[in-house]
Design a protein around this ligand. Structure first.
Ligand code: GLY
Length: 379
């Protein structure tokens, strides 16, 4: 893509950088939680799956303005990720990928810090413990013995696979890549439905490897299409294509993108489940929009110049970003320490509904960075 640094992008970057800089003291050692409360993030320790979205924003901010004002906090945060890994604090989750890609891999890619590379490989080893060879899947949540979670995969996990691809590339050990590839193929086969909507999660029998049934946790119903899951899928399948060269992943990502785009309301920011649209009395999820922008831009980049979708995905990504920047930031909520309003974490559980989401803020920053300059992925 030819970077498209318009006034809108410049103003949105200025606004976001100021907000991030205002947060440096509050989140020097601690991190923003998954979701805000009344649009304010209350600082917490490095224990949740979302802890890396803050340091990810700091790396992006530094890439944009080149300032050293972020360095001390980045250093504090990296230490905290090292301690967390050493003590295995709340790491019984596939989200190890989110955590260690945006911290250690980002640091290694930007600064070539040897320790960060080592930590990322250790994190990949921990993620590999969740791989079930029989079913070819990485279990999403919980202890591997937990009957309620045994054999469950979720679409979000696609974003965690780059940790395994990284470990293979750096060590030459293909077993990480093989596991990631098989998991992505199983996700493609079972989580993606024939009409290119997606289940949130799918269960497998870990003894026989048999695929069982789809189930939602954060979507409206088992057979609806959770907006964020679809957005994770657009970006996630594109990433698996990049690391494996399997073009079927690009085809899948295109189909998911087309479904997502055709179910956007007039203002281009989806409701929390794509079953809803204009006229429904439901919340939007701005964080899904931010993830989708990044997925569409990466997908467009992988398409041949002759593919007309390339331009249309870039155009749609810009329109979504414009809508977010105009109507979904905290610019009129000066007391908020988040960037994007109107996100939904888990509507069914009534957790983080119509709030700022820490990953929404991260992907908003990533999308601005992608429009502003040539950017090398952390993923
Ligand atoms: N990965 C969890 C979520 O998207 O809410």
């Amino acid at each position: 893509m030819k970077e498209k640094c318009t006034e809108m992008i410049k103003n949105s970057i200025d606004f976001s950088l100021k907000k991030i800089q205002q947060n440096l003291e509050t989140f020097s050692e601690l991190v923003p939680p998954a979701a805000s409360e009344n649009l304010v993030y209350q600082p917490e320790g490095n224990t949740d799956w979302t802890a890396s979205f803050w340091v990810g924003q700091l790396f992006l901010a530094k890439e944009i303005d080149g300032s050293d004002r972020y360095d001390q906090v980045i250093e504090n945060q990296l230490k905290s990720f090292e301690t967390r890994l050493k003590n295995k604090v709340d790491l019984e989750t596939h989200d190890i990928g989110f955590l260690y890609i945006l911290s250690t891999i980002a640091d290694y890619k930007l600064n070539r810090t040897p320790n960060s590379k080592l930590l990322a490989i250790q994190a990949a080893d921990l993620l590999m413990e969740r791989y079930n060879e029989k079913a070819g899947i990485i279990q999403a949540w919980g202890n591997l013995e937990d009957d309620n979670e045994n054999g469950r995969i979720i679409i979000d996990c696609l974003m965690n696979l780059p940790l395994l691809y990284f470990a293979s590339n750096e060590t030459g050990d293909e077993s990480y890549r093989d596991a990631a590839y098989r998991h992505a193929k199983q996700t493609q086969k079972y989580i993606v439905r024939d009409n290119f909507t997606t289940y949130h999660s799918y269960f497998f029998d870990t003894q026989t490897g048999e695929a069982k049934f789809g189930k939602t946790v954060q979507g409206y119903s088992d057979d609806s299409c959770w907006a964020r899951g679809q957005a994770w899928g657009i970006y996630g399948f594109t990433l698996s294509y990049l690391y494996t060269g399997d073009v079927s992943f690009i085809e899948t990502a295109k189909h998911l993108a087309d479904y997502f785009i055709s179910h956007l309301p007039a203002d281009n920011v989806p409701f929390w489940d794509l079953i809803f649209n204009d006229g429904d009395d439901q919340e939007r999820d701005s964080s899904s929009a931010a993830i989708a922008i990044c997925g569409l831009l990466e997908l467009a980049k992988q398409l041949p110049l002759s593919d007309s979708k390339r331009e249309s995905y870039e155009k749609k990504a810009y329109e979504i970003l414009q809508s977010l920047s105009e109507n979904y930031t905290t610019k009129n909520v000066p007391y908020s320490n988040g960037l994007l309003i109107h996100g939904v974490y888990n509507k069914n559980g009534n957790v983080g509904v119509d709030e700022c989401m820490s990953w929404g803020d991260y992907f908003y920053m990533e999308s601005l960075t992608r429009f502003n300059q040539v950017w090398n992925r952390y993923w």
